[in-house]
Design a protein around this ligand. Sequence first.
Ligand code: SF4
Ligand code: SF4
Ligand code: FES
Length: 479
Amino acid sequence: MAEVKLTINGKQITAEKGQTILQAAKANNIYIPTLCHFEGIEGRANCRICVVEVEGMRTFQPACVTKVSEGMAVNTETERVRAARKATLELIMAHHAVDCHHCMRIGSSSEQSLDPKFCEMCFWCDCERDGFCELQTLNREYHVDVLPYIQHEHDYETDDSLDSVIRNPNKCIKCRRCVDVCGEVQTVHNLSMANRGRDIMVVPEMGKPMAESACVRCGHCVDVCPVGAIYMKEHKDEVIYMAHSYEDDVVAQLSDDVLPELDKLYKLEPGTIRIGQVVSALHKIGIKNVVSDEHAAFLAAQQAAEVIDKKLGKEPVIITDSSAVMNFVDRYFPEMKGQISKYDSKQDVFGKLAEEFKGEKRLKTVNVTNVKEAGAEAKETGNVDYAINARELYRIFMRTGGAPARKNVCAFDKSWNDGSLPYAQLLKSKAWNLESDPEELAVLVDGKPVKCAVAHNLGQVRKLLEGDYKKYDIVRLMA
Ligand code: SF4
Ligand code: SF4
Ligand code: FES
């Protein structure tokens, strides 16, 4: 790859030809704020927060789409640049339903005001992103204390028709991240921009409510939305209440997939929070029984293995534990439905085990996992009482003061020794990604390599179901 030399803030750096200023800056640990940009998706320069000065150019350039060139001199933190970013934030705020600004802490720079726990202790504002909203963070960074422009209050109805993935268009900042993820990565194309000018907004298919739209409830738009405009319905109050109830026994299944997100939310280095600390923090908020998800993973994998063993060599083996994949198949590949074997998710297994063990007790179940579709799955199947993700867990800890502490480490309340996971290479937990091609792998069955593919997003699922599945012996589909 050809290289170019440029300076950023007077520092000489080398970048790859074709890289954006933002990519070159990141590679050299130079911070440029962003809002609409999402790593891995091509930028559209919608928000202009990332603007920088490029010597010789008369206007500010958005760093997320402007390519580096030989001899370029870039300044990212001049007074003019900071003033332009602040003005942009003020304009964005003029069209944002600001639940949090009235507390006067948003633009303030004091140490106390920056501590998100003060937000969580406050009951005035209950925005689902309070404490980790990207817009709120930038307002703090740029001291947006007062809102100089008239608030263009929209009064759109909150779309809670799904009771899981909820849309509040009044908070949308039109960054289009959700549209790109739903369309380009998931290939569902449920979300799009409608209207013009200040009435521009994100709408589900043909302006229908979410429950009647093409949404397959994968939950990835929730994850990428930088503000509280699309969110997974929260149950933090119900979980806190349940944990303190004398009538109910509560059992939580905890997955270690929440740890990377918890590190991020607590602004810690990756790998800092350990699972035992989260077990201890869950005990502290009143949940007495916390079990690992490893047993459920083992039982679910056993089910998948049975299907594989029965079908391998006789017909294409296509397996999934995802209800979002099944919703996607229902809508786009109904003719393939009979060929796909659905096995239980870890959440299904947990719910069934709890049902078996509860006897006369009033047993309530909470699945703590960062699987994006888990909230919608709980709502639609009722397999557990609640599914909470890392963000919700963080907000529960903030509200109850039960943060994972370094010294408080507990073992799980019950552990099983199941031995090794069948078809581990194929069936172990795998993360969603933005790639367009599925992962290919060779798994040894009776000493012979078997060709397998794993889809890590719905775009890859589409590719496989359109015919590529025929190239493989076993295909695993994830949303
Ligand atoms: S949940 Fe998934 S399918 Fe539904 S709108 Fe969001 S990204 Fe699209
Ligand atoms: S709903 Fe969220 S992700 Fe989608 S355009 Fe609005 S602010 Fe951006
Ligand atoms: S992050 Fe570059 S324009 Fe929005």
